[in-house]
Design a protein around this ligand. Structure first.
Ligand code: ADP
Length: 669
C-alpha cells in the first residue's frame, strides 16, 4: 500500500498578515496561505509582531503566559507571546509582543519615513521565531520548515546558519524565503550585525554586504534552503539587471533553488456573487448586477452616469512602481475618447497631488479618492469596465486577478505576475503553445511609456464597443481559477521537495564564523507570569549618552542623528573622506536632533559635531560610503525617466517606502 507522505510542520514568519496587519499583497498572502495549508491538513504556526493595529483592531487574542528572552545586541529583550483565538484547526497564530518596538503607528514607518530602529524591530522578530521553533512547550513537534517572508523575516536563515548552527532542533530545519518585492531589502549600516548577534565577518560581499551596508534580504537569499517569489515571470526577471535591484548576481547563483509560485486570491471575500460591499451582485452569465454596479459607482464618484462610457479603474499604492505617472501623462492623448477614470490609492504626496489636480482639471472624466477604502476597492473592481495596471515591475499583483473574477477586463503592462496572469486579446488561438492557444483575458502592452499605455487603453475601448468580442474577454477572465488552493498546492509540493534534501548550511570560513554565541535560555514555563498592565517602559527620547550616528540612505543621501550633553553652541559638519572637503549642515545644532544630508555617490563621509566657532570635534561619527550610482540605479525604477517625480535637490529620485527597507538606492533603511 502506498504510504501517505508525512505532513510537514511549518512555522511561518511574516511582518504582516490579514486580518491583523496589512500594507499590501504580502499581508493578503501571509493571511491566506496558512489557512489554505491548514485546510490541507498541515500544521502551521504563524508568527508576527503584536503591532498597535493588532491591539486596537478588536481581535480576539489571549495570553499564552510565555515569556522569551531574546538576545539583541549585547543584551536581551523580554517578549511576551500572545495567541489569536478562534483560528482554524491546524493553525496557530502567535504574536511577539514587545511594546517599546511595536506599539506605535505604522508597521514600518510613519509619515513617509521608516522607523529608525527597524533593524532592531525585525531582528527581534527573526530571533523570536527561532526561539519559538526550538521551545518544546511552544512547538512540541519542532517545525520541519521555517517559511520566512520578505526582508523582515530574512534573518531567520542567517541565524540558523550561524548562531543556531549546532542547535539540536534547528540544525534539522529547512528554510524557505519568499520574496514579495525585491525592491525592499532591509539595508542597514554594518553595525546592525552586532545588534542581530551575527558575526562581523558576514559584512562580506559573499554574505550580507551590499554597497558598504548590510542587507537582511541578501542574507536570506544566500542562506535559505530555497527561495521563492510570487510569480514565475518575476522569478526569471529578478535574475536580470533590469529587475534585479543589484541582487541579480546572488539570484543567478541560486537559480537552481529559485521558484515562482503565483499568489492566489481570497475567493471568499472577492466574489461578485456574494460581495457585501456591492450595491448589486452578479456572476458569469448574468451581468445585470455589474451594470447596476457601474451606474452606482459613477454616482458615488460624481462622474456622469453613462452606461456607454468606457469606465476604467485604478487601485493601488501611488508609487512609481505602479506606473500612476504614466496614466497621468497619457491623459492628454486620450482626450478624445469617450471614457472615464476612477482612481483609489495613497502613497507619495507628489503623486497624490498630481492625481488630485488631474481630477480637478477634468471632473467629468477623472475621479480620485486618496486614502484606504476597502469597500470602494470592491466597488471599483465591480463597477469598472476595465482595470488599468501599468506597473513598471510587478512581483505578482492581486488587483488584476480580482478584475478577472469580477468580469472587469485588465489592461496591464506585460511584466512579472501581470504577464503570467493576463493573456492578451490577440493571443486567442494564436501561437503554438497551449497557453497561447487559450482565449485572451485582457489587454497587454510592453513599453513603460504613456504612448504605449494610451494605445492600450484606446484598443480596449474599441473592443468595448464590440459587445461580442468584449463579452468573450469578460467570460474568459471570469472562467479563470486564481484561488489560493492552487498556490497552496504548489507550496505544499515545494515543502515536500525541500524535505527530501538535507538542510542546507553553506560552509562559513573560520574567520567569518566565531564560536556561536550561547543562545539565551527559554525562560522555563513555571507559573505563568502575566505581563504588567502597561508592559514595558515607554521608549525614552534620549539615551543619556553622547553619540553621533551617520547612515547611508542612498547614493545621494545621508542621515545623521546625534545626542550630546556638551553645552554651548554647536554645529554639525559633514566631511568627505577623499578630499577632506567639509560642509556645515546644521548650525546651530540642537543637543538632540537629526538631519538629512545630500551626498555624492561612491564617496566616504563622516560627520562631526563641533563648537559653532570651530575647534576640535566633540563627537565624530563612524565613516560610511555611499553606493555607486550605476546606470541601472541612476533611475528610480526601470523605464522611469529621470526627474519624472520631481526630486529634492541632492536627494535620490526614489520614493520613501511604505513597506520599509526601501529600494537599494534610497528611501530605505
Ligand atoms: P502591492 O502588494 O504591491 O501593494 P498588490 O496588487 O499585490 O500590490 O496588492 C495590493 C492590495 O492592496 C490589494 O488587495 C488592493 O486591493 C489593496 N489596496 C491597495 N491600495 C488600496 C486602497 N487605497 N484602498 C483599499 N485597498 C487597497
Amino acid at each position: 500500500m502506498p504510504r501517505t507522505p508525512p505532513t510537514p510542520r511549518v512555522l511561518m514568519v511574516t511582518p504582516e498578515a490579514v486580518p491583523w496587519a496589512k500594507t499590501g499583497g504580502l499581508g493578503d498572502v501571509a493571511g491566506a496561505l496558512p489557512v489554505a495549508l491548514a485546510a490541507r491538513g498541515f500544521s502551521v504556526t504563524l508568527v508576527l509582531p503584536y503591532y498597535r493595529t493588532v491591539r486596537e483592531g478588536g481581535h480576539a487574542v489571549e495570553e499564552t503566559g510565555k515569556l522569551l528572552r531574546i538576545p539583541v545586541g549585547r543584551g536581551a529583550l523580554d517578549v511576551v507571546l500572545l495567541r489569536a483565538k478562534g483560528t482554524p484547526r491546524g493553525l496557530e497564530t502567535l504574536f511577539v509582543r514587545c511594546d517599546p518596538l511595536y506599539d506605535r503607528p505604522g508597521l514600518y514607518g510613519e509619515k513617509g519615513r521608516d522607523h529608525p530602529d527597524n533593524a532592531e524591530r525585525f531582528g527581534l522578530l527573526a530571533a523570536a521565531a527561532c526561539e519559538i521553533a526550538r521551545a518544546p512547550d511552544l512547538c512540541p513537534q519542532a517545525p520541519q520548515v521555517i517559511h520566512a517572508h520578505d526582508w523582515q523575516a530574512a534573518l531567520v536563515p542567517v541565524l540558523l546558519a550561524t548562531r543556531y548552527r549546532e542547535d539540536p532542533v534547528l540544525q534539522r530545519v529547512r528554510t524557505l524565503l519568499t520574496v514579495h518585492n525585491l525592491a525592499y531589502q532591509g539595508l542597514f549600516p554594518p553595525e546592525a550585525l552586532d545588534l542581530w548577534g551575527l558575526p562581523r565577518g558576514l559584512h562580506d560581499i559573499r554574505f550580507l554586504e551590499f554597497h558598504g551596508q548590510v542587507s537582511a534580504l541578501k542574507g536570506g537569499l544566500v542562506f535559505a534552503d530555497r527561495v521563492s517569489t510570487v510569480s514565475r515571470r518575476y522569478a526569471r526577471e529578478i535574475r536580470t539587471e533590469e529587475f534585479g535591484c543589484g541582487l541579480e548576481g546572488v539570484l543567478e547563483e541560486r537559480a537552481q533553488d529559485l521558484t515562482g509560485i503565483p499568489n492566489g486570491i481570497d475567493v471568499g471575500s472577492w466574489d461578485p456573487r456574494a460581495d457585501r460591499h456591492l450595491p448589486a451582485r452578479y456572476g458569469t452569465g448574468d451581468l445585470g448586477g455589474k451594470r447596476a454596479c457601474k451606474a452606482a459607482l459613477q454616482r458615488e464618484l460624481g462622474l456622469p452616469e453613462r452606461p456607454g462610457t468606457f469606465l476604467v479603474g485604478v487601485i493601488g499604492r501611488l508609487v512609481p512602481q505602479k506606473g500612476v505617472d504614466l496614466v497621468l501623462d497619457a491623459l492628454p492623448r486620450l482626450a478624445k475618447l469617450d471614457w472615464q477614470l476612477a482612481v483609489l490609492g495613497s502613497g507619495e504626496p507628489e503623486l497624490e497631488r498630481k492625481i488630485r489636480a488631474a481630477a480637478e482639471a477634468d471632473p467629468r472624466r477623472v475621479a480620485v479618492r486618496v486614502g484606504w477604502d476597502e469597500g470602494l476597492a470592491h466597488r471599483i473592481e465591480a463597477g469598472a469596465d476595465a482595470f488599468l495596471m501599468p506597473s513598471r515591475f510587478e512581483p505578482c499583483g492581486l488587483n488584476q486577478m480580482y478584475s478577472l473574477r469580477y468580469g472587469t477586463v485588465p489592461i496591464v503592462r506585460a511584466v512579472g505576475g501581470l504577464a503570467d496572469t493576463v493573456r492578451d486579446a490577440r493571443s486567442r488561438g494564436g501561437g503554438a503553445s497551449a497557453t497561447r492557444a487559450k482565449p485572451g483575458t485582457g489587454i497587454t502592452f510592453r513599453p513603460a511609456t504613456a504612448a504605449a499605455l494610451a494605445i492600450a487603453v484606446a484598443r480596449a475601448e474599441r473592443l468595448f464597443r464590440d459587445p461580442a468580442a468584449w463579452g468573450r474577454l469578460v467570460a474568459a477572465g471570469m472562467a479563470e481559477d486564481w484561488s489560493w488552493d492552487r498556490s497552496a498546492a504548489d507550496y505544499a509540493a515545494l515543502y515536500r521537495t525541500m524535505l527530501r534534501r538535507p538542510p542546507r548550511r553553506p560552509a562559513l570560513p573560520g574567520e567569518v564564523l566565531r564560536p556561536p554565541a550561547a543562545p539565551a535560555p527559554v525562560v522555563p514555563p513555571g507559573p505563568a507570569t502575566p505581563p504588567p498592565p502597561e508592559w514595558g517602559p515607554p521608549l525614552p527620547d534620549r539615551t543619556g549618552r553622547d553619540r553621533l550616528g551617520l547612515l547611508v540612505q542612498g547614493a545621494r543621501q545621508l542621515y545623521a542623528f546625534w545626542e550630546t550633553s556638551v553645552a554651548g553652541p554647536l554645529r554639525l559638519d559633514v566631511v568627505e573622506g577623499g578630499s577632506g572637503a567639509r560642509r556645515t549642515v546644521a548650525s546651530p545644532a540642537a543637543p538632540l536632533a537629526d538631519a538629512w544630508i545630500g551626498a555624492e555617490p561612491d564617496r566616504s563621509y563622516r560627520a562631526e559635531l563641533l563648537p559653532a566657532e570651530g575647534g576640535a570635534p566633540v563627537l565624530r561619527s563612524w565613516s560610511v560610503r555611499t553606493p555607486r550610482d550605476r546606470p541601472a540605479t541612476a533611475r528610480p525604477f526601470p523605464g522611469v525617466p529621470e526627474g519624472a517625480f520631481g526630486t529634492v535637490p541632492g536627494a535620490p529620485a526614489v520614493p520613501s517606502s511604505p513597506k520599509g527597507g526601501g529600494p537599494p538606492e534610497g528611501g530605505g533603511r
